[in-house]
Write a protein that binds this ligand. Structure first.
Ligand SMILES: Nc1ncnc2c1ncn2[C@@H]1O[C@H](COP(=O)(O)OP(=O)(O)OP(=O)(O)O)[C@@H](O)[C@H]1O
Length: 253
């Protein structure tokens, strides 16, 4: 059974006169890691907003674990481009939000779970800090811990590392692969960075044209676990060039 399936899904923004998503079908296998790449404004985030239920499709069906998403809660975790930690809440209170929304746990039980989630992302001792006291990479890890506490097996990460400096970014990529392998989640990850896409993905999903009618799936030849040295392998360099060519075609079309 697929972790996520789009069955002929369409979407039109009310202010536009065309479908940005046009009868799109694709499937994602459980436990896979796919980066979605495509030029700016092609509709990548729209796919996420429909998957997480923020936007209702005009037609078609979206299934998570074989069940339509309509009326369901907490079937996916979503991390938007900005970390969106509330500045007036401590880091721990921010990370505890999904548990508060779900209900059923005492304050003490919530704190225990959040402390464990913070330790898991390397932020032990940060519960009582304020978000502005954390570095960019630490904030992203706190946001990721919050996404993990939704308890969902499907995670949608929208350009989570785009605002980070290069060195923080590459260590966050390695950290994320480690988290993915340990927790066995299904991850969809939007990025504009072709090297990031190749390094992280089991296969890359390319948006070649808007309206989006299909995603072109391209397998990444390197296996897991992998380290950055694999990026220098001829097959990986070739893949990066292939992706750049595909994306440039769209820019100049
Ligand atoms: N609320 C809205 N109303 C009307 N049009 C919108 C709305 N939100 C997005 N759009 C348009 O829909 C298109 C797709 O937007 P979307 O955010 O999905 O693109 P994207 O591929 O994620 O872009 P980027 O890579 O720049 O984040 C864009 O042209 C955008 O201007």
């Amino acid at each position: 059974m697929s972790a996520l399936e789009f069955q002929s899904v369409s979407y039109q923004y009310p202010s536009e006169d065309f479908d940005i998503i046009d009868r799109l079908s694709f499937q994602v296998e459980p436990g896979s890691f796919h980066c979605i790449v495509g030029v700016s404004g092609c509709g990548k985030s729209t796919i996420f907003r429909m998957t997480n239920g923020l936007l209702a499709p005009k037609g078609g069906e979206i299934l998570v674990d074989g069940q339509p998403i309509g009326g369901r809660k907490r079937y996916c975790g979503y991390m938007p481009q900005k970390d969106l930690l509330f500045p007036w809440r401590t880091v721990g209170e921010n990370v505890a939000l999904p548990l508060e929304v779900a209900g059923g746990l005492s304050k003490g039980e919530r704190r225990k779970k959040v402390e464990a989630a913070l330790a898991d992302v390397g932020l032990e001792g940060c519960f009582d800090k304020m978000p502005h006291e954390l570095s960019g990479g630490m904030r992203q890890r706190a946001a990721f811990a919050r996404t993990m506490l939704t308890g969902s097996d499907l995670l949608l990460l929208d350009e989570p590392f785009s605002a980070l400096d290069f060195l923080t970014r590459i260590s966050m990529q390695e950290w994320l692969l480690d988290q993915w392998q340990r927790h066995k989640k299904t991850i969809l990850f939007i990025t504009h960075d072709v090297e990031e896409a190749v390094f992280l993905s089991s296969s890359v999903l390319v948006v070649e044209a808007t309206p989006i009618h299909a995603l072109t799936e391209i397998q990444v030849p390197a296996g897991f676990p992998r380290d950055r040295a694999c990026l220098a392998e001829p097959s990986m360099v070739e893949l990066k060039e292939r992706l750049i060519t595909l994306l440039r075609k769209q820019v100049t079309a």
